[in-house]
Write a protein that binds this ligand. Structure first.
Ligand code: RIB
Length: 403
């Protein structure tokens, strides 16, 4: 076997299994360990693998500053081409894998958090009890949650060309997120969020500067078609430029993939895309704004869900924190009670729910089963500090068994 072929085979192997030892490769290719070490060193120098003790691990997708454009000019042309290849997947076939595949297009933000005894009033300076700077953004948080919930996640996001873009890359590379495509904006900075978390009850206040999150182009969305094609579920939120989110939903529809829309933060844009959405998951505030019905209890949640369905949504789940979640599917309501939790930080609770819900749906669970799993997952997330700080699947299983 020629050197090039051997190195390509090593890359193929790493693509599949993510990690390999020098000894294994030497035996497989019937060459010396020295030869394999030199192959791995060359591949590492090219940035294709990462050396580790006794072998190598795959380097996840590298920062993509360049666009991959093979769309015959327009996004609509790509859509038409995909429509003709639409997957004919029957419902029972979906999610038959134990580890469902979820594609998430969404934001990455750097969260600057101040822990306060209470929220400051207008014009007031207040000493914070503590402060952190960490990864956030609804998209990235949901990608973390879905990964911890066991899904094989591909995350698509866009950052700037500033010091925070390296922070984003390092965070995503070190996380359990299976793979990611991280675009870079030439002009806009990495998104950030200024967050207050009240010590009283873990409640939060957030101001978001979207920056690069709002600059995803048609070509950048088109380039994720192969990743999307391999997924069971696309999960999106509203922290990116709406056109990118809409295009991703159209692509998913063309490929026959389920779409979950978390309409957060609220934007009336959500009403424009309901035809592409399988499940919409507003919280109480977003449901009130979408429906015009103020959600204050289970009855008003039912009324709001009916109104949202009348606007074109196929399935609605209204998440209500301590009041649980209200599902409307067809004409059937189902209430999922919340799991009791000792809340220290509610930031990212919705992200925990949505990521876990998408992961469960991708494994073939019903809406009610997935929402119950997601409610348990979110109850554990609010017991931890930090929006992206998600629990592990085993902890969720333990909490579920307490019910
Ligand atoms: O949902 C919480 C998230 O909202 C934070 O991480 C912040 O970045 C904003 O996107």
């Amino acid at each position: 076997m020629f050197l090039e072929e051997r190195r390509n085979n090593i890359l193929d192997y790493l693509d599949k299994y993510e990690r390999v030892s020098v000894a294994y490769l030497a035996t497989s290719f019937a060459v010396t360990k020295e030869t394999i070490r030199s192959d791995l060193n060359v591949l590492a120098q090219l940035g294709l693998v990462q050396r580790c003790h006794g072998g190598a691990i795959v380097i996840r997708r590298s920062l993509q500053a360049k666009l991959i454009t093979e769309t015959d000019g327009t996004f609509e042309v790509l859509l038409r081409r995909l429509e003709s290849q639409k997957r004919k997947v029957q419902e029972p076939e979906r999610g038959k894998n134990m580890r469902g595949k979820v594609c998430i297009l969404g934001s990455f933000n750097v969260d600057i958090v101040a822990r306060v005894a209470r929220f400051p009033k207008g014009g007031e300076s207040l000493l914070a009890l503590g402060s952190t700077l960490g990864p956030g953004g609804k998209g990235a948080n949901q990608a973390m949650a879905a990964s911890r919930a066991g899904a094989q996640v591909h995350f698509v996001s866009k950052v700037g060309k500033d010091q925070f873009s390296q922070f984003a890359f390092d965070h995503l590379s070190a996380s359990e997120i299976h793979s990611f495509t991280l675009y870079q904006s030439e002009t806009e900075p990495t998104g950030n969020a200024i967050i207050y978390v009240s010590q009283q009850d873990g409640e939060n206040m957030i101001a978001i500067y979207s920056g690069a999150n709002k600059t995803i182009t048609d070509e950048e969305v088109a380039a994720i078609a192969p990743e999307l094609a391999g997924a069971e579920v696309l999960l999106v939120q509203l922290e990116n430029n709406f056109n990118a989110t809409l295009n991703a939903m159209k692509l998913a529809n063309a490929l026959g993939i389920r779409v979950i829309l978390n309409p957060a933060p609220y934007s009336a844009d959500a009403l424009q895309c309901l035809e592409y959405v399988d499940v919409i998951t507003p919280n109480e505030t977003e449901a009130s704004l979408l429906s015009g019905v103020e959600v204050t209890d289970l009855n008003s949640a039912k009324e709001a869900a009916q109104r949202i369905a009348a606007l074109g949504a196929r399935r609605v789940i209204i998440t209500m924190g301590a009041r649980g979640a209200m599902i409307l599917e067809g004409s059937q309501f189902q209430h999922i009670p919340a799991f009791p939790a000792l809340s220290v930080d509610t930031t990212g609770a919705g992200d925990a729910f949505n990521g876990a819900f998408a992961a469960a749906i991708a494994t073939g669970q019903t809406i009610a089963q997935a929402a119950t799993y997601a409610a348990a997952f979110a109850s554990l997330a609010v017991e931890r500090e930090g929006a992206s700080n998600m629990p592990q699947h085993q902890q969720v299983v333990a909490r579920l068994s307490q019910r």
